[in-house]
Write a protein that binds this ligand. Sequence first.
Ligand code: COA
Length: 261
Amino acid sequence: MGEYKNLEIRQEENIGWIIINRPDKLNALNQETIKELHKAFSSFQDDSRIKAVLLKGSGEKAFVAGADIKELSGLDSSSGKKYVLEGQELMSLIENFRKPVIAAVNGYALGGGTELALACHIRIASDNAKMGQPEVKLGLIPGFGGTQRLPRLVGKGVAMEMILSGKTINAQEALRIGLVNKVVSQEELIPTCEALAREIIAGGPKAVEYCIKSINKGLDRPLDEGLLLEAELFGEVCSTQDSKEGTKAFLEKRKPEFQGR
Ligand code: COA
């Protein structure tokens, strides 16, 4: 797995770890790292041994301190749009990933770092985490989905305040507004994320995949259309082997053995 310059990839049982590894730049996302993340997520998507993906930054100081400001400084209107479209493509790949993706927010998650965490399905932060969308301070706007996913997660008013002020919030404030699901000590961060991943993995993989799809695709639709989508996906899930096994195992008072089919 030595094919990445800016990432460390690890597999522990059926959990895949992606660690962004540019600690001297606080794991800032340059274009090369964005491409590598795309490649790493794609390979985990296709790897049937991997059931969940955990994402963190290397070192104890930062998850990701943002998009690489050195690269941002040279953009014009056409290269700027292209740049963010590529970043957005990565975020959408993560958001629509068929397996659960958990962000272990282990320090600064600013700008593109908050946006990367927002694209993950669940966010767990260590108590030293600092989050925010400071782009206005650079004369820019968020471009990797911040103006879209942040208001959807924490509500319009709170997102407006964060994005317009560019302020950095601490882990407790991120928890209070619902930007992260949980805050733990730095030592507990990895075990907590792994325990949650294992809890999710214990369910039927196909069911987990369809839950992600139903929530993601349903949330922006009117309720009646979202409910119809849920009904359609429920119907599809009923024809999977996992649903037959899960219900049969319950009735036979034994543990299910899901195959992910
Ligand atoms: N892009 C490029 N390089 C970055 C970076 C980013 N987003 N964030 C940090 N770095 C680099 C610094 O330039 C510095 O590099 P150097 O040692 O070659 O000078 C190195 O990472 C360490 O950062 P430094 O600023 O010295 O650490 P600090 O502890 O004093 O401050 C932060 C930490 C996170 C408060 C500060 O780095 C910062 O404000 N970063 C930018 C955050 C931001 O605006 N992100 C949004 C971008 S859209």
